[in-house]
Design a protein around this ligand. Structure first.
Ligand code: UDP
Length: 338
């Protein structure tokens, strides 16, 4: 079905997930404007969209942008994402992920933006007992990252009820993988995500890596997560936008495949894909880490017709590995030209 082109604002569109969403929106023929502070994103990751540098805390700049372009929809991907950091510096998370998100949603309503798609997280659930988590599971975050996203979810729902805008809240599980052509991928500095850390170790940027806890109540003692390919996740945003612009009701949906892998299984896959037997140490648990997080993803499949195309750990790791090598080359080229 041909979609009518939309004028879409993407916050955080220079970041890892946002840049994949932008790529697909542009590919689908939409007019896209990225608003990003470049705190952790990169302007080179913005493929084919307008780029405006700005921070979500800069109200006047946001108002100028929203007032100067007639956006139909906003996709709010900007945010801080590190569980461990959020435990050490909660204010950073509450100010950016909650307060700044609230300001953005309120401005969206004021400036007549009809639809908002919001990047949320499985961390809003905390440590549920269920083998797979559905969207009606009570929110009980166990770290400030999850709490800050839960607050923003609530704010969006309240702003929507008061203003009539419609929303999609997408609760991401563990996003990994990269663009099939290795044009974009995860390039966030000081990254602590498992697949990224393992690949950086395999490529020699880190001497060794550590498994955070081997005494969890799981088969091999390490945490289990539902790893979803970033391309499938990006596609979910486009489907969500289609749903909302076609008059669909607001919704909350998990984005995961519905099955998980342990830390050890992921590391084994990284060793196989890269062919590098990199050093792995074991260490204590990381504060704020639940043992198992696996999505019940029936809702997004039924509601949006979301059909994952990359539900394969080896493919996730292989695309991320191709990207990691490309990133290494890019850094080398930059050093040479400096
Ligand atoms: N992990 C690990 N070593 C690392 C990075 C992550 O053992 O160097 C573990 C982490 O403690 C968690 C799982 O891998 O159990 C997934 O963590 P990640 O940070 O990738 O995502 P999160 O689930 O925190 O969003």
């Amino acid at each position: 079905m041909a979609r009518a082109p939309l004028n879409v604002l993407v916050t955080g569109g220079a970041g890892y997930i946002g840049s994949h969403v932008v790529r697909d929106l542009v590919q689908a023929g939409h007019e896209v404007t990225v608003y990003d502070s470049l705190y952790s994103g990169h302007e080179w990751a913005v493929l084919g969209a307008d780029f405006v540098r700005g921070d979500l805390a800069e109200r006047a700049r946001l108002e100028w942008l929203l007032g100067s372009r007639n956006f139909h929809a906003a996709i709010h991907c900007a945010g801080h994402i590190w569980v461990g950091e959020s435990v050490k510096n909660p204010a950073k998370y509450y100010f950016n992920n909650a307060s700044n998100a609230f300001r953005l949603f309120d401005l969206c309503a004021q400036y007549g933006i009809r639809h908002v798609v919001f990047s949320s997280t499985a961390a809003v659930y905390g440590q549920p007992d269920e083998a797979t988590i559905d969207e009606d599971t009570p929110l009980a975050p166990i770290n400030p990252y999850g709490a800050s996203k839960a607050m923003a979810e609530r704010a969006l729902q309240d702003v929507a009820a008061a203003s009539g805008l419609t929303f999609a809240i997408l609760r991401y599980f563990n996003v990994a993988g990269a663009d099939a052509q290795a044009r974009i991928g995860e390039a966030t500095p000081d990254n602590s995500h498992l697949v990224k850390v393992a690949l950086e170790t395999a490529i020699g940027l880190r001497g060794a890596m550590r498994i955070n806890g081997t005494d969890y109540p799981t088969q091999d003692g390490t945490c289990i997560r539902d790893y979803v390919h970033v391309d499938d996740l990006a596609n979910a945003h486009l489907l969500a936008l289609d749903h909302l612009t076609a008059g669909g009701d607001p919704f909350v949906a998990n984005c995961g495949y519905g099955h998980g892998f342990s830390v050890r299984q992921v590391l084994e896959s990284v060793r196989q894909v890269t062919g590098v037997d990199f050093p792995i140490e074991t260490g204590p648990r990381r504060e704020g880490d639940p043992a198992i997080l696996v999505a019940d993803s029936r809702r997004i499949k039924a509601l949006l017709g979301w059909t994952p195309r990359h539900d394969d750990l080896e493919r996730i790791v292989a695309t991320a590995w191709a990207w990691e090598r490309r990133l290494q080359d890019m850094r080398g080229e930059r050093r040479l030209s400096a």
